[in-house]
Design a protein around this ligand. Structure first.
Ligand SMILES: Cc1cc2nc3c(=O)[nH]c(=O)nc-3n(C[C@H](O)[C@H](O)[C@H](O)COP(=O)(O)OP(=O)(O)OC[C@H]3O[C@@H](n4cnc5c(N)ncnc54)[C@H](O)[C@@H]3O)c2cc1C
Length: 437
C-alpha cells in the first residue's frame, strides 16, 4: 500500500461501542487505528461489519491491497450487536425463490445460501476465531397448530436440497425448548450460534493477517471519480485512492451514495439478556444449545449464551431505545414462555439497526464502474453477509462469473422520508395479523 501525502492529524469523533452482553464478554479488539495518512490501494471497503470484513479478508487472500475504513470501530454496527444466530436462509423459502427467479437462477442462490453457515464455521475453524461457536441447529417454532404444516413444508423444501432437518411436534418441542407454548416446529441442523462481536473481531484479525489494512475511527464523507480511480475523502482528512470501492454500511448507510440509504428501511431490533440461569433451570431450556425463533411476522428470537444467560430479541422502534421500558415486551415474552423460572433479572439491554428491503432479498448494486454495494440482509446477516463478502471478493478479483446473488439497480423506496411511519404502521399491521393467527 503506497502512501502519498499526510493529512491534518486531528482525532475523528468516534462513537463508542454501546454496552451489551457481547461488548462486555468479547476478547479485546485488535488495534484498528484511525487513518491520518492518505494512501492508494486496490480496493477500499467502507464499513467494518461482516459484509465489509468478509470482503476484505477474501480479497486480501487473493493478494489484492485492501483498506477497510470504519467510522467507529469494527463491529460497532449490527455485526457486533446481533443475536448471534447463524441461520443459512433467506426470508423467502426455496420453492418461492424458484417461482420468483426460475430454477436456473434460483438453485445456485439457494445452494450458496444453504452453505453460508458452513462458510462461517469454516472461517472460525480456519482462522482460530475465539467466538464460542456451537453448531446445534436452529428451531423455528409456531404457537399456532394451523401454522405447523406450512413450517414442515418449508423444512421439506430444504430437506429435498440436502439440509439436515427434523420435524417436531408439540411434545418434541416441549422437551427440547422447555416450554409448552408451541404447537410444533422444525430444526435446521445447518445452523448454530456464535458470540457475534468476537466473530467480528476475529474477522478483523484474519483480514489483517492476510494483509488488509483496517482502520476504525475513519468515516468516509465523500466519494469522487478521478479518471479510472475513486477518491474517498474522510473525516480525519486522509484521502484514499482506490481502483474499486465496496460500500458495506447496511442499516447505518448515510448520504455517501445518492439514493442508497433510501433503498432500505433502517429499523431497530432490541435484545435483552438475563443473569446466568442456575443449574437445572438452564439445563431444561434449549437443551442442546439450539437457537430459536418464532414463526410470526413480528418474530421473537431467543437462545442461551455460553454462560447460561437467556437472550430474547425482537421488534424495536424506529428510534433508539430510551430506557428499560422499551424492552418490557421482550421481558414479558420471555417470562410467559418460561414461567417455571419465576421473575428474571436482566443484565443487559441493547439494540441495533437492521436494513429491510422491499422485496426481502439482500441487495447488491453496481451503479458505476468500480463500485459495489451490498446491504439489506433483513435481520439474517451473519451467514448471509459473510457469504456476500466472499462472493463480492471473487467478483472483484475477476472470478465472479458465477456470482449467485441478483445484482439490481439502486431503487429508492417511494416516499422513503416516511420510513418512521412505514415501520410503525408495519409493526401495528403485522402485530394484528399475528394476533389473528
Ligand atoms: C439486534 C439485532 C439482532 C440481529 N440478530 C441476528 C441474528 O441472530 N442472526 C443473523 O444472522 N443476523 C442478525 N441480525 C442482522 C445482522 O446483524 C446484520 O445483517 C449484519 O450484521 C449486517 O452486517 P453489515 O456488515 O452489512 O453491516 P453492519 O454490521 O451494520 O456494519 C455497517 C458499518 O458501516 C459503518 N459505516 C456507516 N457509514 C460509514 C461511513 N460513511 N464510513 C465508514 N463506515 C461507515 C458503521 O459504523 C457500521 O459499523 C441482527 C441485527 C440486529 C441489529
Amino acid at each position: 500500500m503506497s502512501s502519498s501525502q499526510f493529512a491534518a492529524n486531528r482525532p475523528a469523533p468516534v462513537m463508542p461501542l454501546p454496552p451489551s452482553l457481547w461488548a462486555a464478554t468479547a476478547p479485546p479488539a485488535p488495534p484498528t487505528p484511525a487513518l491520518y495518512e492518505s494512501l492508494t490501494t486496490d480496493v477500499l471497503v467502507i464499513g467494518g461489519g461482516f459484509t465489509g470484513l468478509s470482503t476484505a479478508l477474501h480479497l486480501a487472500e487473493t493478494g489484492a491491497r485492501v483498506c477497510v475504513l470504519e467510522a467507529s470501530e469494527p463491529g460497532w454496527g449490527a455485526s457486533g450487536r446481533n443475536g448471534g444466530q447463524v441461520n443459512p436462509t433467506l426470508k423467502h423459502d426455496p420453492d418461492e425463490l424458484v417461482r420468483l427467479f426460475g430454477a436456473a437462477r434460483a438453485e445456485p442462490l439457494i445452494d450458496t445460501v444453504s452453505r453460508s453457515a458452513d462458510l462461517v464455521f469454516d472461517l472460525i475453524a480456519r482462522h482460530g476465531i475465539d467466538c464460542q461457536p456451537l453448531r446445534s441447529g436452529w428451531l423455528q417454532l409456531s404457537y399456532s397448530p394451523a401454522a405447523v404444516p406450512a413450517m414442515h413444508a418449508r423444512a421439506e423444501q430444504w430437506a429435498r436440497r440436502g439440509a439436515p432437518v427434523e420435524l417436531l411436534d408439540h411434545a418434541a418441542v416441549a422437551r427440547r425448548v422447555g416450554t409448552q407454548a408451541f404447537a410444533g416446529g422444525w430444526l435446521d441442523g445447518r445452523a448454530g450460534a456464535i458470540q457475534p462481536l468476537a466473530y467480528t473481531r476475529g474477522l478483523v484479525r484474519a483480514a489483517q493477517r492476510a494483509g488488509a489494512a483496517v482502520h476504525g475511527g475513519t468515516a468516509v464523507t465523500a466519494l469522487e471519480r478521478h479518471g479510472s480511480h475513486w477518491v474517498a475523502a474522510t473525516d480525519t482528512g486522509a484521502r484514499v485512492t482506490a481502483g474499486q470501492v465496496v460500500i458495506a454500511t447496511n442499516g447505518y448507510t448515510g448520504p455517501l451514495w445518492p439514493g442508497l440509504a433510501q433503498t432500505v428501511l433502517s429499523a431497530n431490533s432490541f435484545i435483552v439478556a438475563t443473569q446466568p440461569l442456575r443449574g437445572s433451570d438452564a439445563q431444561g431450556i434449549l437443551t442442546q444449545g439450539e437457537t430459536a425463533s418464532t414463526s410470526q411476522r413480528l418474530l421473537l428470537y431467543f437462545r442461551k449464551d455460553a454462560h447460561g444467560r437467556l437472550l430474547m430479541g425482537g421488534r424495536g422502534f424506529f428510534a433508539d431505545p430510551r430506557g428499560p421500558q422499551d424492552f418490557a415486551h421482550l421481558e414479558r415474552s420471555l417470562e410467559l414462555l418460561f414461567p417455571q423460572l419465576g421473575p428474571l433479572t436482566y443484565e443487559y439491554r441493547w439494540a441495533g439497526r437492521i436494513a429491510i428491503t422491499r422485496d426481502f432479498m439482500p441487495h447488491v448494486h453496481e451503479p458505476a464502474p468500480g463500485i459495489v454495494m451490498a446491504l439489506g440482509c433483513n435481520g439474517r446477516g451473519i451467514a448471509l453477509c459473510t457469504s456476500l463478502g466472499k462472493h463480492i471478493a471473487a467478483r472483484l478479483a475477476g472470478k465472479g462469473e458465477d456470482f449467485p446473488y441478483p445484482v439490481t439497480p439502486v431503487t429508492r423506496i417511494p416516499l422513503h422520508g416516511l420510513q418512521r411511519f412505514y415501520i410503525a404502521a408495519g409493526v401495528a399491521w403485522y402485530s394484528l395479523l399475528d394476533k389473528l393467527g
